[in-house]
Write a protein that binds this ligand. Sequence first.
Ligand code: ADP
Ligand code: ZN
Length: 293
Amino acid sequence: MRFGALEAGGTKMVCAIGNEKGEILEQQSFPTRTPEETIPELIEYFKDKDIAALGIGAFGPVDVVKESPTYGTILQTPKLAWRGFNIEKAFADALHLPIGMDTDVGGSCLGEVTYGAAKGLRNVLYLTVGTGVGAGIYCNGQMVHGMLHPEAGHILVGLRQDDPGASVCPSHARCLEGLASGPSIEKRWGKKAAQLADDNRVWELEASYLAEAIANFILILSPERIILGGGVMHQEQLFPLIRRDVLEFLNDYYDTPALHDLDSYIVPASLGGDQGIMGAVRLAELAYLAENR
Ligand code: ADP
Ligand code: ZN
């Protein structure tokens, strides 16, 4: 069976056709312009592809709550042209197919859970550390949606005394995204994160913020595995530092077998950058299954 997948990002729209094994059969990107310009291009891409359903992982905030009257609508994004635009309805009206949707990071989480580093697990946290910080949370075998979707990238952390930087989050003086996203590293140290690879101070501080948040996520969600993706996590030296600091923050309070094997508990994303689009394939399959039971 063929499924359509859309990873709707702030700068580009990645469209793909995949199957139930998660294989990507073809893929094409379109720049994100206004909905009026971009949506018809995407509909054109999908319309003759013989797909059974479409899955969308969209930049947020976005209403992913199926029962909500505004389900499918992009909410308070700084990309003003997209604010209030119902992306789910646009494709449902044009393609007359089952549509599944989640946030972009929710899609990545589902991709890793279905095909990647968390295959077979029922409780998983996926954290992306890139231009922003975001989390997809899979709990008891389902993506967590509540009032909306989690915004766990904005969890508060304690500002480090030796941190010369200031938050890049317009809403919070000391949230994780404000203090640990790629732009925050660049603002604090005056260079792009990728150019700071050899500067230990950068990664010690970065790991400390990420580990504090991850320790809190462990205490709240008790996930079976934590997957870290996004551009900043290309700095592989972060992984051992994060694992060390997580143990220090937990301070022996929480004792499970998984926490004795942190190398397989806190792991990098495994799908080579395709976790988002593969997750969108799975969103499509789930939407198809829901309508064809
Ligand atoms: P986005 O979050 O926009 O989808 P990315 O996950 O690639 O995209 O994140 C982009 C951020 O990650 C930028 O702030 C960039 O500086 C940072 N980044 C990208 N590559 C690297 C790298 N190799 N090392 C450290 N930081 C990186
Ligand atoms: Zn914030």
